[in-house]
Design a protein around this ligand. Structure first.
Ligand SMILES: Nc1ncnc2c1ncn2[C@@H]1O[C@H](COP(=O)(O)OP(=O)(O)OP(=O)(O)O)[C@@H](O)[C@H]1O
Ligand SMILES: CC(=O)N[C@H]1[C@@H]2OC[C@@H](O2)[C@@H](O)[C@@H]1O[C@H](C)C(=O)O
Length: 371
């Protein structure tokens, strides 16, 4: 059986899809190709709106899922062309889909997580087996359904000595805490907002999709009072297992917290939102793994130089660096994780960690749509 898998991740920042083609035949997985495809502005807007209640949601969600599958299929096709390979060479595509709701553990037992996707169409268009719906089984087993990447982080970075944190800063941020001396006690949970609030504020006030390298935030001053109001959010002090999403950290949440701070300059709010991400992530390391000697950062936030500097300054005893320094470009890590998760499913191996999601036990994640 082929050891080539494609991984497709379109995450909570809603910027588009990252796709990789990975060869798992060696001890260390090799990325053969990487394509980033931005979403057309209309689809991005529609996906953002589908994150909250709206009219005619079922029909709109079905159309958005079809549109996503066509973009995913185009990314797979470009990956194959780049690598000069055929569909027949690839064992499976792992397609995460687009999270539009994440409410895993409601007290009334109605918890669910919803990723828009059309894996049947993707299988039809690519001619490759598709693995999708990775999160539902963990939720069914009583887990958070997220984060799912910690076991991949362990597989890739677990050989490093001592204590290692792996921090993904996408729209939402999540962390994996590894201890070489105790490989069975991996911790992982969502830290809070990553880039989502910064992106929304930046778009509203500068028209740019994101604050390139954090330069705009760096031109502002952190407002201590606002920062404290933001940090007072109950999610930050919840014990793991925990996960979150745009269901909580969205523009309405920010507008509410900004009440009374209307006179603040826009760049000072941006500086404060960047500090919120840095503080909430650094606090997770300080609280749960104070002995960490390195923090490996991936996701788009690793390209935010100002944010990286703030993290380093908040964690003086720990070396903060981009995953690039460990051979993994930051925008490839999550897509690679979904290639790995697809392989686990195809090989009928469990992929969830009870210590991370809080489920009853480890489960085989995903559903297979044969080509
Ligand atoms: N040069 C840059 N400077 C600052 N920020 C950047 C840069 N490039 C990307 N980003 C940020 O990274 C984000 C995209 O990150 P990424 O693709 O990791 O998110 P995602 O996968 O959608 O989210 P999640 O991990 O929550 O699922 C952009 O929205 C932007 O905020
Ligand atoms: C429900 C959902 O889509 N969660 C995402 C989101 O984006 C970051 C963080 O919140 C993480 O929990 C998760 O993504 C990664 C890929 C994960 O499951 O590990």
């Amino acid at each position: 059986m082929s050891e080539l898998y494609a991984g497709l991740m379109s995450g909570t920042s809603l910027d588009g899809v990252d796709g990789v083609l990975v060869d798992f035949s060696q001890a260390t997985p090799q990325v053969l190709g990487h394509i980033s495809a931005p979403f057309p502005a209309g689809l991005r807007q529609e996906l953002l709106q589908l994150n909250t209640e709206g009219p005619n949601e079922l029909h709109r969600a079905a159309l958005a899922a079809n549109a996503l599958a066509r973009i995913y299929a185009a990314v797979v096709s470009r990956l194959l062309a780049t690598c000069q390979l055929d569909a027949a060479n690839v064992c499976a595509v792992g397609a995460h889909g687009q999270t539009v709701r994440h409410r895993p553990q409601q007290f009334d037992g109605t918890g669910y997580t919803l990723q828009l996707n059309q894996p049947a169409l993707l299988a039809e268009l690519t001619g490759i087996d598709v693995v999708a719906d990775f999160r539902s089984r963990d939720v069914a087993a009583g887990g958070q359904g997220a984060p799912l990447v910690p076991p991949f982080h362990q597989a890739f970075f677990g050989h490093l000595p001592g204590h290692t944190g792996v921090l993904n800063i996408g729209g939402i941020s999540n962390i994996t805490l590894l201890n070489a001396a105790e490989p069975d006690s991996v911790l992982g949970f969502d830290c809070g907002p990553g880039n989502a609030l910064m992106d929304a504020w930046c778009m509203a006030h500068t028209g740019a999709d994101y604050d390139d390298a954090g330069a705009w935030a760096a031109s502002g001053v952190v407002h201590a009072g606002l920062l404290q109001v933001l940090l007072n959010e109950a999610f930050f002090t919840l014990p793991p297992p925990k996960s979150t999403g745009r269901d909580l950290f969205n523009s309405a949440w920010l507008q509410d917290k900004l009440t009374g701070f209307e006179a603040l300059a826009a760049q000072d709010v941006q500086a404060t939102l960047t500090e919120l991400t840095a503080r909430s992530c650094a606090d997770c390391v300080r609280h749960f793994a104070p002995a960490s000697e390195r923090l490996i950062v991936c996701g788009g936030g690793a390209l935010n130089t100002h944010l990286m500097e703030r993290l380093q300054s908040l964690l003086p005893g720990c070396t903060v660096s981009s995953s690039e320094a460990f051979g993994l470009p930051p925008l490839q890590v999550e897509a690679m994780a979904f290639a790995w998760l697809a392989r686990q499913c195809v090989e009928r191996k469990t992929a969830s960690l009870k210590s991370v999601t809080g489920a009853q036990g480890a489960r085989i994640l995903g559903a297979v749509y044969p080509a």
